[in-house]
Write a protein that binds this ligand. Structure first.
Ligand code: UDP
Ligand code: MN
Length: 223
């Protein structure tokens, strides 16, 4: 009876969405006792995600929560302008608080974006977390990697990065001491997760084709 991993993934509609979800689900298929909570940034569940999840091979819960227009990223905005996935992660947390019994449902919560890359070892590292586990992340913060600084067996967060306080803020609300942070991934000496980002696909030839032969590729084809 191993602890369950509750994996919270915000996801939003864009051309690359199904490819990202497919790749992530193929990783998650290899993880035992995992419950995937997928929250769409939408005012309703989409057919694409509904159909995808039905065949994804992973135990899941499908939710939605729309980011309000004032804080929603527009397609040409630089990514850092607005926080991303916040309401969706909150919907996931709220679902867990409503549906789990802290006495009988033992497990850990992990927030996994749909476009990042996860080593399977990471899930076994986090599975037996007592309070909060920490580990390095590759390809993030305009650095090769970011990592807690581990000294004398005590973990410290480095807060020198101006943007990106999401994680620090939620941790502060949990009244933890430094001793509660459990360094994983070989005492933070190993990268087991990468903040990979997919290039936005160009579709300029759709317009070219429209002008030349009257139509682009079939808009009814699910990509
Ligand atoms: N996301 C979302 N709504 C948005 C933009 C992003 O739900 O308007 C999700 C996205 O699918 C991903 C997470 O939030 O799972 C983080 O977004 P992104 O990868 O764009 O940000 P990054 O952290 O890479 O800058
Ligand atoms: Mn990302």
């Amino acid at each position: 009876n191993i602890p369950t991993i509750y994996l919270i993934t915000p996801t939003h509609t864009r051309l690359e969405q199904k490819a990202e979800l497919t790749r992530l689900s193929y990783t998650l298929r290899h993880v035992k006792n995992l419950h995937w909570i997928v929250i769409e940034d939408c005012d309703k569940k989409t057919n694409l995600v509904t159909n995808f999840l039905a065949n994804c091979g992973v135990t899941y819960t499908h939710l939605y929560a729309e980011t309000p227009a004032q804080v929603k990223l527009k397609s040409n905005d630089p990514n850092w302008l607005k926080p991303r996935g916040v309401l969706q992660r909150n919907a996931g947390i709220t679902w867990l608080r409503k549906n789990l019994n802290p006495e009988s449902d033992k497990g850990v919560v992990y927030f996994a974006d749909d476009d990042n890359t996860y080593d399977l070892d990471l899930f076994e590292e986090m599975r037996y977390t007592k309070k909060v586990s920490v580990w390095p992340v590759g390809l993030v913060g305009a650095l090769r990697y970011e990592s807690p600084i581990v000294q004398d067996g005590k973990a410290l967060f480095s807060n020198t990065v101006p943007r990106g306080y999401q994680e620090s803020t939620i941790l502060k609300k949990m009244s933890l001491t430094l001793e509660d942070l459990e360094p994983k991934a070989n005492n933070c000496k190993k990268i087991l997760v990468w903040h990979t980002r997919t290039e936005k696909t160009k579709t300029k030839n759709e317009d070219k084709m429209k002008k030349k032969i009257g139509s682009g590729s079939d808009p009814n084809m699910e990509v």
